[in-house]
Design a protein around this ligand. Structure first.
Ligand SMILES: NC(=O)C1=CN([C@@H]2O[C@H](COP(=O)(O)OP(=O)(O)OC[C@H]3O[C@@H](n4cnc5c(N)ncnc54)[C@H](O)[C@@H]3O)[C@@H](O)[C@H]2O)C=CC1
Ligand SMILES: O=C(O)[C@@H]1CCC=N1
Length: 277
């Protein structure tokens, strides 16, 4: 997953490549987004295949991770976790105290990041989810030993246009990976199943899919906007003797809630294991 700021300041899109921001972070209260323009964003990846969207959006591109380190100060490390040590090895000698390095790599701990970087490097470890692409994402992050209060608020300002962004203890990062980073995929499975159910009962597939997507959007929005517990909202939908409670009985029979909890546990444990290897 890669994150790039739009010139319009708030929308984000995800693109492929390691992202480098050229301008140094402005001091508060100036909003960082005010200074981020497409021409100041650079994506780096080994091939043009993943950079074409950068080019088309008027951003700079390169195949050389090292060369951009010389002029960039805020760097999102968005390569796969197994490639990250190689990339950090490439840029090691160019990292200075002026740089802020922000990792999105699942499982890779602050301790590992700091071990692979020069002493004193300012590091933030984050875990976003895919919905940052549509400004409805979630992100948690923690600070490395040398990251400052200003670095943390800098990231929060950057992310404010596209996601919830909470600073948490590092132990929560892998949990967020299991709950939300991966969780969007569980939601897609649920949406797919809803749509398949609609088709089974005779509704055309595309209408069924659109209704399923909007059902998830509406349910999430309702939960956040009302602040009500999901159990209360679920109860509001259940008419005594009606359709919903019959369906819920089937979901309980299929262990939906236990299965989802198991999924969060499995993904969290996998993130923990990835951090060990
Ligand atoms: N996909 C998702 O929803 C999420 C992914 N992440 C994290 O994001 C990272 C990327 O995951 P995906 O987007 O799934 O992978 P991806 O394969 O789509 O993107 C990886 C990118 O890295 C580039 N790349 C490969 N080698 C490189 C190198 N040596 N230097 C510079 N760029 C290089 C590739 O060209 C590709 O564009 C991982 O660390 C993952 O844990 C975190 C949260 C959510
Ligand atoms: O599947 C993964 O490892 C990444 C991290 C969270 C979402 N996708």
């Amino acid at each position: 997953m890669q994150i790039v700021w739009d010139v319009c300041h708030t929308p984000l899109m995800t693109l492929n490549g390691v992202i480098f921001f050229l301008p140094p972070p402005p001091p508060p209260p100036l909003r960082f987004q005010d200074n981020v323009h497409r021409g100041n964003v650079m994506g780096s990846a080994p091939s043009d295949k993943n950079l074409i969207q950068f080019k088309n959006a008027g951003m700079q591109t390169t195949h050389c991770n090292e060369s951009v380190l010389r002029s960039c100060s805020v760097i999102f490390l968005t390569v796969k976790p197994n490639i990250l040590p190689t990339v950090l090895g490439e840029i090691y000698s160019l990292v200075t105290p002026e740089h802020l390095l922000i990792s999105v790599a699942a499982g890779i701990t602050v301790q590992t990041l700091e071990k692979l970087l020069p002493a004193g490097t300012r590091v933030l470890r984050t875990m976003p989810n895919l919905a940052c692409q549509v400004q409805e994402g979630t992100m948690v992050f923690c600070r490395g030993s040398h990251a400052t209060e200003q670095d943390a608020s800098h990231l929060q300002r950057l992310m404010s246009g596209c996601s919830l962004c909470e600073e948490t203890p590092e132990a929560f990062i892998n949990i967020h990976s299991g709950l939300s980073g991966s969780g969007v995929a569980y939601a897609y499975m649920f949406a797919e199943a809803l749509a398949d159910g609609g088709v089974k009962m005779g509704m055309p597939y595309h209408l069924s899919l659109r209704l399923a997507g909007q059902t998830l959007v509406g349910a999430g929005k309702m939960m956040l906007e009302t602040g009500e517990h999901p159990a209360k909202l679920k109860g509001d939908v259940c008419t005594p003797g009606g359709t919903t409670i019959h369906a819920i009985h089937e979901l309980e029979r299929g262990n939906l809630r236990s299965t989802v909890m198991n999924a969060v546990e499995a993904a969290t444990n996998q993130a923990r294991n990835m951090g060990k290897s």
